[in-house]
Design a binder for this molecule. Structure first.
Ligand SMILES: [Zn+2]
Ligand SMILES: [Zn+2]
Length: 238
């Protein structure tokens, strides 16, 4: 394990790299994946534009082709509006695909509001990719495998919970595999996908010893991370 919450976290093998600008529960997550010349964003939380402009420069942000959203909580999608608007202001021409789990109402709502506000002045095509299944697919020479994870949120009473549509994703490029679990309680899908990956990015959002249905404890997260060749623990409460 390289670090717990010392951001940014960076990993690179050959032409495949990932930079986690931050991943702080209830605040923000923001991740840039580079595969050769291609740029993907994973979980564009608040601050993503600032971090991207610092990392790759304001112009290169236009080259981002794909955005992967693990789930709709604000700390994972808070930067989507500003990203979409920035790309419009900067006159992006190439399309942008946004992948998200079916039922993630936040992404659909942000998209609809954006289309409504800017109607005919959007310079680029936004392709919403609502993932209903977890079949593998390829984008820009990267093989992507979405997988369901188990993440919940509290209802108004603060006691009852409900499941949130949530995915983790693994990304494989030139034989190297990065597994990102998103927010999740301990689940077999994540354990299976993280195993033997070159890098596993595992949340450890639960700071007590009693496991719950929302996040993993450090011990649970480590037990999954250690099955990968290398791992980062993220989303640790600060
Ligand atoms: Zn979160
Ligand atoms: Zn969450």
């Amino acid at each position: 394990m390289k670090s717990v919450s010392k951001y940014p976290l960076y990993w690179e093998k050959d032409n495949f790299s990932i930079k986690i600008f931050c991943s702080i529960p209830n605040i923000a997550t923001g991740i840039l994946l580079k595969a050769g010349p291609s740029y993907f964003i994973i979980d564009p939380g608040d601050g993503i534009l600032r971090d991207l402009s610092k990392e790759i420069g304001t112009k290169s942000i236009l080259n981002i082709s794909d955005v992967f959203v693990s789930h709709g909580h604000h700390d994972h999608v808070g930067g989507v509006w500003s990203l979409l608007t920035y790309l419009r202001v900067m006159n992006k021409k190439s399309p942008l695909s946004i992948y998200f789990p079916k039922g993630c109402i936040e992404i659909v709502s942000i998209y609809n509001a954006f289309k409504k506000v800017y109607s005919k002045t959007i310079s680029y095509k936004i392709i919403l990719q609502e993932l209903k299944q977890t079949n593998k697919f390829k984008r820009k020479s990267v093989l992507i495998k979405p997988f369901p994870v188990v993440h919940k949120e509290y209802l108004h009473d603060g006691i009852k919970t409900r499941l949130v549509p949530s995915f983790g994703y693994s990304f494989t490029y030139q034989g190297k595999k990065i597994c990102y679990g998103g927010d999740t309680a301990y689940c077999e899908e994540l354990a299976a996908n993280a195993k033997n990956s070159d890098l596993a990015i595992i949340e450890a959002g639960h700071d007590e010893d009693t496991p719950d249905d929302m996040h993993m404890t450090l011990a649970e997260a480590k037990s999954i991370g250690e099955t990968a060749k290398d791992y980062f623990l993220v989303h640790v409460p600060e």
